[in-house]
Design a protein around this ligand. Structure first.
Ligand code: ADP
Length: 151
C-alpha cells in the first residue's frame, strides 16, 4: 500500500518553508498531495488560486509523486476520499504547536484512521510566514527570495 500524505494549507502564498516540508516529507511518504483549502464563494485570497496552483506545480515539476489539489470541505473528509492516511504539517514555534495540536485532535476525532505527522521547520525558514510575505508584497517589497518560484 502506498503511503499517501496530504499537506493541507492556505498557501497564500506557498513559501520556501512549505517547499522544505514537502521535500523532507518525500523521505517518509510515497505520494504527497498539496491540498489548498479554497472556497470560490468566499474567496479572500491575496494571491489568485490559479496562479498559485501553477507556481506550485512548476516548483515540483520534477516530482511525479507530488500533486496539487484544491478543496472546500473538511480536511478529514478529503483524506478519506483521497485514501491518504497521513496529514503532513510544519511546526515553527509554540504558537504553531498550540494551533496544530487542537487541529490534530479534531481531525483524529473526525477520522480516526488519520495520523498527523509534524516536521520541525528548518532554521533558515523558521521566520518565513505567508502573512508576512503578503504584508511586504502589499507595500511593494521584494519577496522573491522567500519563495521557491518568482512572482
Ligand atoms: P494554514 O492556513 O492551515 O495555517 P499555511 O498555508 O499557513 O496553512 O501553512 C500550512 C502548513 O505549513 C502549516 O502546518 C504551517 O505550520 C506550515 N508552515 C508554514 N510556514 C512554514 C515554515 N516557514 N516552515 C515550516 N512550516 C511552515
Amino acid at each position: 500500500m502506498k503511503r499517501i500524505a496530504l499537506f493541507p494549507g492556505s498557501f497564500d502564498p506557498f513559501t520556501k518553508g512549505h517547499e522544505d516540508i514537502v521535500l523532507r516529507g518525500l523521505q517518509l511518504f510515497d505520494e504527497i498531495y498539496i491540498a489548498i483549502g479554497y472556497n470560490s464563494q468566499k474567496d479572500k485570497r491575496y494571491f489568485k488560486i490559479d496562479f498559485m496552483i501553477e507556481k506550485i506545480q512548476k516548483t515540483f515539476s520534477q516530482y511525479p509523486q507530488i500533486k496539487v489539489i484544491t478543496y472546500s470541505e473538511l480536511t478529514a473528509e478529503l483524506a478519506r476520499k483521497q485514501k491518504a492516511k497521513y496529514l503532513l504539517r510544519g511546526l515553527r514555534n509554540t504558537t504553531d504547536f498550540e494551533y496544530e495540536n487542537s487541529i490534530a485532535q479534531v481531525n483524529r476525532y473526525l477520522n480516526n484512521e488519520l495520523e498527523s505527522v509534524f516536521l520541525i521547520t528548518s532554521p533558515q525558514f523558521a521566520a518565513i510566514s505567508s502573512s508576512i510575505i503578503r504584508e511586504v508584497h502589499r507595500y511593494g517589497g521584494d519577496v522573491n527570495s522567500l519563495l521557491p518560484y518568482s512572482l
